[in-house]
Design a binder for this molecule. Structure first.
Ligand SMILES: [Zn+2]
Length: 401
């Protein structure tokens, strides 16, 4: 087929338990975005991409086809030359999502390329693909997350303030990696279930005792314990940075960085992978061996990724460039977008708010409203996405080879 237009893209929705559920006066972000009735299910993620576990569909010549199949049939026309030759077999190198949560996700990290290849062979039931996973979260509303290890001195100070942790601290100091984050995590993971649960229950009783003034780590520990009592993930309240993103702010997560999203809605984009190494706050399997072998046990500095801002007419383009060529993002706020400026590569875009006109060779071919997603095949040139009303935000994901 000749790819000379934009094509509507229909993503799948994940209804994970940590998603947002309709309640008095509030509609889940994703159901609201898509303009559909939320029902009683939790709404967690909208997937726009070609990952085999939830592939999106594209309408071409009046029929719905999977994006991945279309790409496989005409890789250069869809992906562009550079992206088509970067991965074998040719495939969409990224997965674009809207994520919304009102409960904490599991504490997790994602593998780098070498670990992903190895894990997919040795533990395929836990690691469904052989791809590394680098991820970015751009807030659409205030978004709370835990990410990266805190400074070791601060961790030690906060743990020492809770008497129930004394035996764990002693085990840490007498262990192989005393005075390191790795040694502390090893001591935690080495504890049997019963003594660990008893320790966490005693710690909870201590920090919730009347008259005890809680610090932010303790506040979080209490909150996580209410949802996951006795889970070792609650201990990570003392270990990880608490970050609140404002709309437009982005959190960049390199492979092997511990994190857990807490609350809010945002655009998430990642390399095309669903590999999650879990550490806690989950009924799913926790892979201690892989965590201890792969986590970056060091305090993280600034993890916020500042976009490059380009003013454009009455609006602005915010470009989020990452240290991987597999994807980049661009937010067009009240700004027209010429696909020729985006370069020779596939683009997926979502109308987050407002309305746009899609035109090819100077002629309008469609109007696109809030919540609609589209694909721009690499072969499409001389085409525009133009805002039709103030407050229009279009989020693009595309490769950066
Ligand atoms: Zn993640």
């Amino acid at each position: 087929m000749k790819m000379n237009s934009f094509y509507p893209l229909f993503g799948g929705v994940r209804h994970y338990a940590w998603g947002e559920t309709a309640s008095a006066g509030t509609v889940p972000y994703i159901a609201n975005l898509l303009g559909v009735d939320a029902g009683t299910e939790p709404w967690a993620e909208l997937w726009l991409g070609a990952h085999p576990s939830l592939p999106s569909e594209v309408v071409v010549d009046g029929s719905r086809r999977q994006l991945g199949e279309l790409i496989a049939a005409q890789p250069i026309d869809w992906l562009g030359k550079a992206a088509a030759s970067a991965v074998e077999p040719p495939q969409l190198p990224f997965l674009f999502k809207v994520l919304a949560c009102s409960h904490p996700l599991s504490i997790q990290s994602h593998p780098d390329e070498a670990s992903a290849k190895r894990l997919h062979v040795t533990k395929p039931q836990l690691y469904p693909d052989a791809n590394d996973k680098t991820e970015i979260m751009i807030a659409l509303e205030p978004f709370e997350a835990l990410a990266g290890f805190r400074n070791l001195q601060m961790i030690r100070r906060d743990l020492a303030a809770v008497a129930a942790f004394a035996p764990l601290l002693a085990a840490w100091q007498n262990g192989a990696d005393a005075d390191s984050l790795k040694g502390l995590c090893a001591a935690l993971f080495a504890m049997e279930d019963a003594p660990r649960q008893a320790m966490l229950a005693a710690a909870l009783a201590e920090v919730t005792a009347s008259g005890h003034k809680r610090n932010p780590a303790e506040e979080l520990f209490v909150r996580l314990s209410a949802e996951y009592p006795g889970d070792r993930g609650t201990f990570f309240a003392f270990l990880l940075n608490q970050i609140t993103l404002q709309p437009g702010q982005a959190l960049f997560l390199a492979p092997n960085t511990p994190h857990a999203y807490q609350r809010g809605a945002g655009i998430e984009c990642m390399t095309n992978s669903d590999n999650v190494i879990r550490a806690g706050l989950t009924p799913k399997a926790v892979d201690v061996e892989t965590l201890m072998a792969t986590l970056h046990f060091q305090a993280e500095g600034a993890m916020l990724l500042e976009p490059e801002r380009i003013s454009c007419g009455a609006g602005e383009v915010e470009r989020y460039v990452l240290p991987t060529p597999k994807f980049q993002l661009a937010f067009y706020r009240d700004a027209p977008c010429s696909v020729d400026e985006l370069g020779d590569g596939i683009g997926i875009f979502l109308v987050v708010s407002g309305r746009v006109a899609l035109s090819v060779d100077g002629k309008q071919v469609a109007e696109a409203g809030r919540g609609t997603a589209w694909v721009r095949p690499a072969a499409l040139r001389n085409a525009m996405v133009t805002p039709l009303e103030p407050g229009t935000l279009v989020a693009w994901a595309m490769p950066n080879f």
